[in-house]
Design a protein around this ligand. Structure first.
Ligand code: HEC
Length: 443
């Protein structure tokens, strides 16, 4: 085709397209995309700086939205989609981006109003939950913690004792906070304490791990003999739910030890955090468990070479761990590194020579972490070897480097974000032969 005829063709194509293409309807076409992929962060109380719940919220920012959506900066999604697929992939398809662009370019009209979806979101925000109903159990810190506006980051642990009428099957659980913008990430361990001789209240309720009284943490060791569950929150993470016959049992009595990593704040602000738990009557046939591999978990000492990242170097590390339990089915993978992280890959190899792809983050970004949920139970057979490969950039070329000039960085076990971690958490159940045919119904 000559350049002239191709230009003509292009013009015809464009004008034909514009004429045939109706501007999408906001409430029918645009809002469902925004609600599913943006509102988990862009609603009151969540991590993003403004809500995108109503027409007005979105209409005010169409110029920005066009920019961040077409550049794929939003929604943030860092996993390599060519490596494997996840149920909670929030990245937009080409056709979804096309719908948003066509609506914005068409003048972003309001069209016929239908407030049903946003009223439902508001009702959840008002009920203090992102889940579809009110929580059966709400546990909060006793007093709000004041995050000083001194620009320093902090790791603070909180003890939240509980003693409920009876143990209960858990359908869903979520981390809650009056202000998630202060929180970089949070982890919680649920420790059952059935021995009535152990007092749940005779110890402190807060320990600042970055402060001079960090050792008071040892007062809580008496609660830590058992752990029922370990969960967490990172920006964008919402409710954690389990398939109908899976879950775990909330013990009758015990403590939650909640670790909150507060980012640097420039103003004094109060933080009041806790968890909501949703119970179900149906029996739990398959118990959900969590395992942590690497820094702060199993195999920390086997990271090779030892996790020391020398100044001005880009370094790679690996860890291999065999699954010596029976076959398991994985529900999700949760990779974790800090600011020097560059790439993270995890897979498993079997004796038969197969490779099971777990997760690959080609361009790690500390700000956008995720709990990656599988679509179907992923078989990790007995004897399979889990491989974790991670690389770190401790040079001045890394704009996230917390040290200038670069310094030696290690995994010191205190989880400070200017030190490093190489961790993979896996949530799993024991394998059931029917798992080959099961598709998870994530919330
Ligand atoms: C995982 C949480 C998360 C999701 C999902 C998400 N955002 Fe964001 N968004 C943020 C945070 C946090 C910021 C502020 C920090 C920043 O701009 O990097 C932000 C910033 C923005 C900005 C302002 C950018 C700027 O340059 O100031 C726009 C516009 C935006 N988001 C639109 C969207 C849209 C549209 C979607 C869905 C298609 C979306 N976001 C999904 C967390 C999220």
């Amino acid at each position: 085709m000559s350049s002239r005829s191709s230009l003509l063709f292009l013009l015809l194509f464009l004008s034909g397209n514009a004429m045939s293409q109706k501007v999408p309807d906001f409430y029918k076409d645009v809002q469902p995309i925004i609600h599913a992929n943006c509102v988990p962060c862009h609603r009151a109380g969540e991590a993003a700086p403004f809500p995108l719940v109503s027409y007005e919220d979105v209409h005010k920012r169409t110029k920005f939205i066009k920019k961040v959506v077409s550049s794929r900066y939003m929604p943030p999604w860092k996993a390599d989609q060519h490596y494997n697929e996840f149920a909670n992939d929030r990245s937009l398809t080409e056709s979804e981006i096309g719908t948003l662009m066509a609506w914005i370019d068409g003048g972003a009209p309001k069209g016929k109003v239908d407030l049903k979806a946003e009223n439902a979101i508001r009702a959840r925000v008002d009920a203090g939950t992102a889940y579809k109903r009110k929580p059966d159990l709400t546990l909060r810190m006793k007093d709000a913690f004041v995050v000083k506006g001194d620009g320093t980051e902090r790791f603070v642990m909180f003890k939240i004792p509980f003693d409920i009428a009876s143990e209960a099957n858990v359908e869903a659980i979520e981390f809650t906070s009056n202000n998630k913008k202060l929180v970089h990430h949070a982890n919680f361990a649920i420790h059952p304490v059935s021995d009535p001789a152990i007092d749940l209240h005779d110890t402190g309720t807060v320990v600042d791990l970055s402060g001079p009284d960090a050792d008071r943490y040892y007062e809580w060791v008496k609660y830590k003999k058992d752990m029922t569950y370990y969960g967490g929150w990172i920006p964008g993470a919402t409710v954690e739910t389990y398939p109908i016959d899976m879950g775990w049992v909330m013990p009758k009595r015990g403590v939650i030890l909640l670790t909150v990593h507060f980012g640097p704040s420039s103003l004094d602000a109060e933080s009041l955090n806790g968890i909501n738990v949703f119970f179900k009557d149906s029996p739990i046939k398959r118990k959900v468990k969590v395992i942590s591999l690497g820094s702060g978990g199993i195999g920390e000492k086997d990271i090779s070479p030892p996790l020391m990242i020398f100044a001005n170097e880009v370094m790679s590390f690996r860890l291999r761990i065999a699954n010596n339990q029976p076959d398991v089915s994985l529900l999700y993978a949760w990779p974790h590194m800090h600011q020097l992280g560059k790439e993270f890959k995890a897979y498993a190899t079997t004796a038969a020579g197969d490779t099971i792809r777990l997760v690959h983050i080609p361009a790690w970004d500390f700000r956008w972490q995720e709990i990656y949920k599988y679509k179907k139970p992923l078989l990790l057979p007995k004897g399979a070897v889990v491989h974790i490969e991670a690389s770190y950039d401790n040079t001045t070329a890394n704009p996230m480097n917390p040290h200038s000039p670069p310094e030696l960085v290690m995994s010191t076990g205190n989880m400070r974000s200017d030190q490093e971690m190489m961790t993979l958490m896996l949530m799993y159940v024991e394998r059931d032969p029917d798992d080959d045919n099961l598709v998870f119904q994530w919330q």
